[in-house]
Design a protein around this ligand. Sequence first.
Ligand code: ZN
Length: 190
Amino acid sequence: MCGTVGHPLHSTEKGSIPVHCPFCRHCDTKVSDSRAAEDGSAIRRRRLCPMCERKFTTIEQIILTVVKRSGVVEAFSRDKVMRGVSKACKGRPVTQAQLAALAQRVEESLRASGQAEIPSEKIGVAILGPLEELDSVAYLRFASVYKNYESVDDFQREIDALRLSATVKQPRPEGADAFDRITAQEPLLS
Ligand SMILES: [Zn+2]
């Protein structure tokens, strides 16, 4: 019987949501097989309708959500990342394809963090790394807004860090975290 029609999509059985049979509309189909699809961000389920005994497949996409400072929750959007970053890339030799690749990297790193709900600040952090590799001017623009630079000194510090990552130097400046990171990536230069 379809007595639960109309109630919200609460999970009834383990990891499974009631799905209507696409053939006979029976509302209580059984999952016969579940497996991760694509990069693990989706689950493909083979389902069987006990009424008409036909089989069909569903894909459940794991939605990344973003929690804004205001507390508002919304779905993660690669387009939004691209729009934000493209403002910083204005006039720079950065292509749409590069922006799309950057947004994909950002999404992958957020998914890899294992959190389903990401505070919006973390998206900025996830953008900084790939953007620094892509274009240093765009990076500075983005970082100046994101990190809320208040003085020329803030820019200077960031530029110094960028120079350090561009040219690898031998003696270590005191307390340069960025420098530690770079030397760790360059084992040949010890
Ligand atoms: Zn059916």
